[in-house]
Design a binder for this molecule. Structure first.
Ligand code: FAD
Length: 305
């Protein structure tokens, strides 16, 4: 479907991936659009104008929802409401061990906007907007998700979610690439992923601070040692922020109270919010970031018991 409107605006709704790629190579500055919940705000309130819009809602390759022995494949155009339904089914059909990331994403979606937004908004739209308060991006990063992107020439490359967000609303995509899909690996035995979000209102509000956290433990002679950890925050920097020093501190440590106290100290160095940081409420946001880690520690300890 192709519509041509006022002032030369062109709107396309291709049905095949190849058509999307052809259009994107023909119109270098074309804007992809799915739910329009970000693009609509840019055009209506920020006065941005896009001459060519490509709606990728109807492209089967971008709407994949599938499973294999390694994890889940989620197309970039998949609506959040569809993702919610899919994850609910996966969680009932598969063992607990494998679905810790799925549960965390599903739980976060509960607090993500309202149903009107979730009915149209997409996974890819949220990722590519790269908002510093995206509720999902810290989780994709913590869960070790891998993004698949495709160029107009059909070349596919994979990028770990943790390397995708470059700076404020800037992602690791060249002008001729689009996001194709997201691969979310199953979690392993003794691997736990958890979501966090604090907003002014409990429902339908954007986050003040949010986070995605993951730990992978090894059971060894009655003790539990951290093999790997990811601690990622939203709402405290221009991009979703990895607490690198805290992650490094955790690796190799025993999962006990000493680890908790040490991690809470190191977090203070990772989370640097100056007095005049955008968003304000500096002390509150700092204490939220510590509380999230405390809650994560309690959550994992509870799961282990
Ligand atoms: P669109 O507006 O269609 O597109 C967004 C951007 O992504 C565009 O730049 C587009 O070109 C690009 N894009 C889309 N697909 C691709 C692709 N395949 N490859 C490359 N680029 C692509 N966000 C939260 O995180 N949490 C919330 O609680 C939340 N609440 C909201 C409440 C309201 C009322 C509104 C209006 C927004 C809210 N948002 C929230 C933000 C927004 O809804 C999400 O970011 C949403 O997932 C965007 O998806 P979309 O399909 O509408 O994106």
């Amino acid at each position: 479907l192709s519509l041509h409107g006022f002032e030369g605006i062109k709107w396309y709704r291709p049905l095949r991936l190849q058509q999307v790629l052809d259009l994107k190579s023909l119109y270098r500055d074309a804007k992809l659009v799915i739910g329009n919940t970000e693009v609509g705000i840019e055009t209506k309130f920020k006065n941005l104008q896009y001459k060519v819009l490509i709606s990728v809602t109807h492209v089967p390759e971008l709407n994949i929802l599938s499973l294999n022995e390694k994890g889940l494949e989620i197309g970039a155009s998949v609506r959040l409401i569809e993702l919610q339904k899919f994850l609910r089914k996966v969680i009932t059909d598969y063992p607990d061990d494998k679905t810790s990331s799925c549960k965390a994403i599903l739980e976060q979606l509960k607090w993500f906007a309202g149903n009107q937004i979730k009915n149209v908004a997409s996974v890819g739209g949220n990722i590519c907007t790269a908002s510093p308060i995206s509720d999902l991006n810290p989780l994709w990063m913590a869960a070790g998700a891998i993004f698949q992107v495709i160029s107009c020439k059909g070349n596919v490359r994979t990028i770990p979610a943790k390397d995708f967000f470059l700076s404020y609303r800037k992602v690791n995509l060249t002008y001729d690439e689009i996001l194709l899909s997201i691969f979310l690996p199953w979690t392993r035995h003794f691997e736990f992923v958890k979501e966090f979000k604090q907003a002014h209102r409990r429902e339908d509000d954007i986050a003040l601070v949010n986070a995605g956290m993951r730990v992978f433990l090894k059971h060894d002679h009655g003790t539990l040692e951290v093999l790997d950890a990811s601690i990622v925050y939203g709402g405290i920097a221009p991009v979703s922020l990895t607490a690198t020093m805290t992650e490094n501190y955790l690796i190799g440590k025993k999962w006990d109270d000493i680890l908790l106290q040490g991690a809470l100290k190191i977090l203070q160095e990772d989370i640097v919010l100056t007095e005049n940081a955008p968003g304000g409420m500096v002390e509150f946001r700092k204490s939220l970031s510590s509380s999230f880690f405390f809650k994560f520690f309690s959550f994992v300890t509870n799961e282990l018991n």
